[in-house]
Design a protein around this ligand. Structure first.
Ligand code: GDG
Length: 459
C-alpha cells in the first residue's frame, strides 16, 4: 500500500455509539477511536435515548472523529432492540433456541430500524468511505445500503458466536435475515468454528457455492469474503493500569479483607450465556467435596445487571440470588463468607486491580463470542506471581488461550477439579502457562485486530 493515496474515511456503525464524553468505554470503543483518529472517521448509531423523533441526527466532534446519533422511538426500541435483537437473535446466536421468542412485529421493527439507519447513513456517506458495521443488531444494514445505491466497501463484524446452520434455520424468516450478509464485502468472525457455520449455512442451506480465494457466492449471485479475526484488548495499557491499580486504596481494602485467603474471581454481565448458575453450582460442588478448602478461599462474582427490560434477565438475577444465598447459608462461618456476589459495575481501573489480586479467574460461559474478561485477567497478572485462568472451552478465547485450564462449564465436577488444580498449581507451572498466554495477547492486541480487518476489507 506504500505510496498509494490516503485511505478513505472510516465509517463505523454500531447499535450504540461510545460518545467522547462517556468515560466507560470498552476495548472496542478505544480501538475504533484509534482507527478513526489515524484516518479520520465518522461513528453512527443509536444515542441510547428514547425520544419521539428519530428523523433528527445529533452531531458532535472530537478531534478528527465525527459522531452522528439518532434517538429511537419507544416502539422501535421495544421491537428492534429489546424484542428481535435481544429476545430472538441473542439466544439463537448463543445456542439457546429454547429461549427464542420470535414475534413477527419484532422482526418487522428490526428490519424497519435497519432501513432507518440506512436512510440516515446515505445522507452522511462520501464515495471513498470504508464502512465497518458491528454486530447482530445490524445484519441487514448492508443490503439496505446497497438498495439505496451505496457502492462503498462494507465490512461486518459479528461479536457473538454463530451457531451451526441447523440451528439458524429454526428461526422463522431466517433467509430474509442471514442471506443479506452477502451484501457485505467482508464478514469477520471470532473463531474457525463460527466461520465454518457461516460457510455451511450459505453452501448447504441456501444453495450458494465456494469460489476461488475463499469467497462465498450466495444464491443471489453476489459473492463476499469471510474470515477469522479474534478480537482482543489493549494489552499493554491494561497491564499498566493493573500495575498502578495495585496501589489503590480499594484494592488494598479487598486484599486486607481476604485475610490471606485465595481469591477466585468472575466478572460478567448478568446474562444467561455466561453460565453463572452452573458456575455457582460448580463452586458448591468443590466446597462439598473439599472441606479442607473451607475458609481458605473466597469467590468474588461481579455481575453488573444488563438488559433488565428482558424477562429472562430478571429471572436469572433471581436465580443467582437464591443460589448465592443457599451456598452461603450452607457453608458460611461467622468469620467467612464463601461467595461475595456483587450486582454492580465498577470503574475498569478497579477491575484490573481485582483481577491482579485474584489467584484464579473462573470464566465459564456456556457460549461466548470471545470473552474479553479472560484476556484482561491474563494481561493484569503480576509476572512474578501470576494467577491461573479456568476457562470455558465454549468461549472464543479458548482457541487462543490454550494454556488456560479448559473446562466444560456444564459439568460441575470437571469445573470443581480444575478449580482445585488451579488453587494448588505450583508457581513454576503458573508462570509457564501465563507467559505463553501473555505472548499471544502481546502479539494480537486490539490494534492488530483492527488493522488486520481493515486491511483485508480494503485490499
Ligand atoms: C460481547 C460478546 C465479545 C465488565 N464488567 C464491568 C466492565 N466490564 C467489561 C469487561 C470487558 C467487557 O466489559 C465485557 O466483555 P466480554 O467480552 O467479556 O463480554 P460481552 O459484554 O458479552 O461482549 C463477547 C465482546 O462482545 C467483544 O467482541 O468478547 O463474546 O458477548 O471489557 O472488563 N467494565 C466496567 N465495569 C464493570 O463492572 N467498567
Amino acid at each position: 500500500m506504500s505510496g498509494s493515496k490516503k485511505p478513505g474515511r472510516l465509517v463505523v456503525v454500531s447499535n450504540r455509539v461510545a460518545l467522547p464524553q462517556q468515560t466507560a468505554t470498552g476495548g472496542l470503543a478505544s480501538a475504533m477511536r484509534v482507527a478513526m483518529r489515524e484516518r479520520g472517521g465518522l461513528w453512527f448509531g443509536w444515542s441510547g435515548k428514547i425520544g419521539t423523533d428519530s428523523t433528527k441526527v445529533h452531531r458532535t466532534k472530537d478531534g478528527s472523529i465525527d459522531y452522528a446519533t439518532i434517538d429511537l422511538t419507544r416502539t422501535d426500541h421495544d421491537e428492534f432492540y429489546a424484542g428481535f435483537a435481544n429476545r430472538a437473535l441473542w439466544p439463537l446466536l448463543h445456542y439457546r433456541p429454547d429461549l427464542v421468542d420470535y414475534q413477527r412485529d419484532h422482526l418487522d421493527g428490526y428490519l424497519r430500524v435497519n432501513a432507518l439507519f440506512a436512510d440516515h447513513l446515505v445522507e452522511l456517506l462520501k464515495p471513498d468511505d470504508v464502512i465497518w458495521v458491528h454486530d447482530y443488531h445490524l445484519i441487514p444494514l448492508a443490503a439496505r445500503l446497497r438498495e439505496r445505491g451505496v457502492k462503498n466497501r462494507i465490512g461486518f463484524f459479528l461479536h457473538t458466536p454463530l451457531p451451526a446452520a441447523g440451528l439458524l434455520i429454526g428461526l422463522p424468516q431466517h433467509r430474509a435475515l442471514f442471506e443479506t450478509l452477502a451484501s457485505y464485502d467482508l464478514i469477520g468472525l471470532h473463531t474457525a468454528r463460527d466461520l465454518r457455520a457461516l460457510e455451511e449455512y450459505f453452501l448447504h442451506e441456501i444453495g450458494g457455492a465456494m469460489r476461488p480465494g475463499g469467497r462465498i457466492r450466495a444464491a443471489n449471485g453476489r459473492s463476499f469474503r469471510a474470515g477469522v479475526f479474534p478480537i482482543s484488548i489493549e494489552t499493554a495499557l491494561v497491564a499498566q493500569t493493573a500495575r498502578e491499580a495495585a496501589e489503590l486504596e480499594e484494592i488494598t481494602q479487598l486484599r486486607d479483607s481476604l485475610q490471606d485467603r485465595a481469591l477466585i474471581i468472575g466478572v460478567d454481565r448478568l446474562d444467561y450465556s455466561k453460565g453463572l448458575p452452573e458456575r455457582f453450582r460448580a463452586y458448591a460442588h468443590l466446597l462439598e467435596r473439599a472441606s479442607a478448602l473451607h475458609r481458605q478461599i473466597t469467590f468474588l462474582q461481579i455481575a453488573p445487571p444488563s438488559r433488565g427490560s428482558v424477562p429472562e434477565y430478571r429471572q436469572i438475577r433471581r436465580e443467582l440470588e437464591r443460589l448465592a444465598g443457599h451456598i452461603n447459608g450452607k457453608y458460611a462461618a461467622p468469620d467467612w463468607v464463601p461467595i461475595r456476589y456483587v450486582n454492580q459495575s465498577f470503574p475498569h481501573r478497579l477491575l484490573t486491580g481485582y483481577y491482579r489480586t485474584a489467584r484464579v479467574a473462573l470464566i465459564t460461559p456456556l457460549r461466548d463470542g470471545m470473552n474479553l474478561v479472560a484476556k484482561e485477567y491474563v494481561a493484569c497478572q503480576d509476572p512474578k506471581n501470576p494467577g491461573v485462568l479456568v476457562l470455558s472451552r465454549f468461549a472464543g478465547a479458548a482457541d487462543e488461550l490454550t494454556e488456560a485450564l479448559l473446562v466444560n462449564p456444564a459439568d460441575p465436577a470437571e469445573v470443581a477439579n480444575a478449580l482445585e488444580r488451579a488453587l494448588k498449581m505450583p508457581l513454576r507451572e503458573r508462570r509457564q502457562r501465563w507467559r505463553a498466554m501473555m505472548e499471544v495477547l502481546e502479539e494480537h492486541d486490539i490494534t492488530a485486530w483492527c488493522q488486520s480487518f481493515l486491511q483485508r476489507l480494503t485490499s
